[in-house]
Design a protein around this ligand. Structure first.
Ligand code: ADP
Ligand code: ZN
Ligand code: ZN
Length: 738
């Protein structure tokens, strides 16, 4: 082969934990790392990302194949982003090719050009502009839409109008029929702009907020991690907004991560009303084209804010100046399959590579982050008070051992609900179990309807008259007689949100109930509609799962009832009490955010548990101290580092065979006492969706000891031949041990 070729190193999407070298024609300027390249791969053609142009390859030159062409002239991923992704691939021991794919929007993964066609927008017609909107008194929605469109000659993307009302589509339709608005093809209106007449002016910060903002903005060109600690309503979001204003004033960009999309409608609107720069949303609810649009916009040098969920941590932002991770303790930051990264941890690493501050905010920070504060790595910024006149709600424990309960609700809780109804205030009941009842039981022989494919019970869904498995999705009709004894006395046992809702509607027939869980929000737009109804005061009692506990601001709620606080208290997971505390404290935070003051009633059979005592005093730090000490004594994270090998197979012996093999290989790789290999065990739910699951935990005193071990071990595992039907994966820093 002649010298007219150069070597390119490519991350090809494949489960193999390595990159691949190819030859590229040596004409023109060298291709830049971060562009997409088409390559032959086995029998197929693949699209990879160019990592680097090595001087020489580890493979003989005559063995290298030639690339098939470049898809981009300019890099899609900047050098810094490539560095972050390569770090993540190494740290999580995940194949580099798959990691690179995670960073690209689907459209680009499919090879689409990195440009976007026009999008549909709406603007006023000439006759629309001549309408006096304020005269439309009988059609308030149409009036608000007209006002929102005023002054936007380029048009406004439909989705932006969602902030006017969830019913915007209907209103817009009426306006179009009158000939007042028209549809326009927009060349480039990637992200929501601020709509006319919707601006908030910032409040005056209190001393603690001021100090926090100053700490963040003091050195904007240097990495530092700041843990903003404050209960719900203490003004954390205000601190983010002020810091972001400072950043964008300098022409730079900010990345704000939030746990779940259910958080974003309100938060996004608040950001858009306050900030002078565009705020783009990035979450799984977007279409491929919308996602591409937001991604491409973020890649430009203009000041803007990206508000997104976990995967937004990989969005290119060439002028990134600040990262915020809101509710940093939230478990949804951890990806639970495939590339199992932790969004918060990657965010901190990204800030460090970029040399910028990262703010982690929470009322109930993870023990991991608190430990970093203790070690002096992170700076703690406490916001000790709720803003304005709002005070912390009073937390009372209801000792369920001595209370007669009907349908899950104790008499004191019932009375408190009645009082709120009489006063016209909202209540919120938290029950982290959807469906009608968690168990369907035969009262003659004790049979409990099982899932045939999982070690789990089927959940009763009353309205549809089905039994469903929440783990594998199995779904069948409710049987009329017992399959075991043919008895007829079959009844649901225990309560989920649907049963609670039904019981409440019997107990308070005049109350307007609203249920918020995965079932009631399945349809697109349903969540927005429900939230809108809550805010419009169209509900008296809200019933819901942890969805209710996440960041929503319900100013009119003055009573929170925690129906079953013990759920999860005596769980096998060492993080169970941490998560229980976080969850209950988060829902408690929904009470009385405005000036009304609030009451939280917690139903428990274990009122003496220290978790609840700390909860009564809103003293997360006291709880955290205690829990950290416990972790230290038991050698659990953050004092050690874990990696979990999981294997599963439809055939139980195959899964075990592999995990035993892995156990043996691990022993060969351990050098020194810093890495401990536990015994293989069945997963806490051994059978799920017809597969047997087993696991093997590795614990190390330091990351420095863990990672070289994992490298050696994975090399052996990759070379081993697990039974054909065995699937396995490695989870670094696993969040749950299931
Ligand atoms: P968090 O993010 O901690 O829940 P927010 O920033 O959302 O708190 O603040 C809660 C409420 O108090 C919001 O309505 C916010 O506008 C208001 N608020 C925040 N800071 C101040 C302040 N310094 N003065 C007056 N109101 C404030
Ligand atoms: Zn029976
Ligand atoms: Zn199942």
């Amino acid at each position: 082969m002649t010298g007219s070729y150069r070597i390119v190193r490519i991350a090809v999407p494949t489960p193999l934990r390595r990159s691949f070298d190819y030859l590229a024609p040596d004409v023109g300027p060298p291709p830049k790392p971060g562009v997409r390249v088409r390559v032959p791969f086995g029998q197929r053609e693949a699209m990879g990302v160019l990592l680097e142009l090595p001087e020489r390859s580890d493979y003989p030159r005559e063995k290298l194949k030639s690339t098939l062409g470049l898809l981009d002239s300019e890099p899609l991923l900047s050098a810094r982003l490539l560095e972050l992704l390569r770090w993540a691939a190494g740290y999580y021991h995940h194949p580099i090719g798959e990691v690179m794919q995670t960073a690209l929007p689907t459209a680009l993964r499919r090879g689409q050009a990195a440009t976007v066609a026009g999008t549909k927008g709406w603007r006023l017609t000439a006759s629309g502009r001549s309408v006096d909107a304020s005269a439309l008194r009988r059609a308030p929605l149409q009036r608000r839409l007209l006002q929102a469109l005023e002054g936007h000659a380029q048009g406004v993307v439909g989705e932006e109008l969602a902030s006017v009302s969830p019913g915007w589509r209907g209103g817009l339709g009426s306006l179009a029929r009158k000939g007042w608005v028209e549809c326009v093809e927009q060349q480039r209106c990637p992200i929501p702009v601020r709509l006319a007449g919707q601006t908030d002016s910032p409040p005056r910060l209190n001393a603690a907020q001021q100090a926090a903002v100053e700490a963040v903005t003091a050195s904007l060109r240097r990495f530092q991690a700041l843990l903003l600690l404050g209960v719900t309503g203490s003004g954390k979001t205000e601190v983010y907004l002020h810091a972001i204003e400072e950043i964008t004033r300098q022409g730079r960009q900010a990345l704000v991560l939030v746990p779940e999309i259910s958080l974003t409608p309100q938060l996004a609107a608040r950001f858009q009303r306050r900030l002078q720069v565009p705020v783009a949303l990035l979450h799984s609810g977007l279409s491929d084209q919308e996602r591409l649009l937001a991604w491409l916009t973020a890649r430009e040098n203009t000041p803007l804010v990206i508000l997104g969920t976990r995967s937004a941590v990989f969005v290119p932002l060439p002028r990134l100046g600040l990262i915020v991770v809101d509710e940093e303790h939230d478990q949804s930051y951890k990806q639970q399959d495939g590339f199992r990264y932790h969004g918060r941890d990657v965010a901190v690493m990204r800030a460090s590579l970029e040399g910028i501050p990262v703010v982690l905010g929470s009322a109930t920070p993870s023990l991991a982050s608190l430990n970093r504060v203790k070690q002096g790595d992170y700076t703690l910024l406490p916001l000790p008070e709720r803003t304005g006149s709002a005070s912390l709600p009073e937390v009372r424990l209801l000792d369920m051992r001595y209370l007669a309960v009907t349908d899950g609700v104790s008499p004191p809780l019932r009375q408190a609900l009645q009082q709120r109804l009489d006063r016209g205030e909202q209540s919120l009941l938290f029950l982290n179990r959807r469906g009608f009842a968690p168990v369907y039981r035969c009262y003659s022989c004790g049979w409990l309807a099982p899932c045939e494919r999982c070690d789990a019970r089927l959940i009763v869904h009353q309205r549809t008259q089905r039994l469903r498995c929440h783990h594998c999705g199995a779904d069948r009709p409710i049987p009329v007689s017992c399959p075991q004894c043919a008895g007829q006395d079959l009844r649901p046992l225990g309560a989920g949100t649907q049963r609670l809702e039904a019981a409440l509607s019997r107990a308070f027939p005049q109350a307007r109930l609203l249920r918020l869980d995965r079932d009631s929000t399945r349809l697109k737009g349903a969540l927005e509609t429900l939230l809108h109804r809550i805010h419009a005061g169209e509900a008296d009692i809200l019933v819901g799962t942890q969805m209710l506990s996440k960041g929503h601001d319900f100013p009119d709620v003055t009573l929170v009832g925690v129906i079953d606080a013990d759920q999860g208290l005596y769980n096998v997971d060492f993080r169970a009490s941490e998560h229980l505390f976080q969850q209950v404290m988060q829902v408690s935070g929904r009470a009385g955010r405005a000036s009304k003051g609030g009451l939280v009633l917690v139903q428990t059979y274990y009122p003496d548990n220290p978790v609840f005592r700390a909860l009564q005093h809103h003293d997360y730090m006291a709880f955290a101290e205690h829990a950290l000490e416990e972790r230290r004594q038991t050698d659990y994270p953050p004092f050690t580092h874990l990696a979990l090998l999981r294997a599963e197979s439809p055939q139980q012996p195959m899964a075990w065979q592999f995990i035993e093999l892995a156990h043996g290989l691990a022993a060969q790789c351990v050098a020194g006492a810093d890495v401990q290999i536990m015994e293989p065990v069945p997963a806490p739910m051994e059978r799920r969706a017809g597969r047997y699951r087993v696991q093997l935990l590795v614990q190390a005193a330091t990351r420095r000891a863990l990672h070289p071990f994992l490298d050696r071990w994975l090399a052996l595992l990759d070379g081993s031949r697990p039974g054909k039907r065995v699937r396995w994966s490695l989870d670094v820093d696993p969040m749950d041990l299931y």
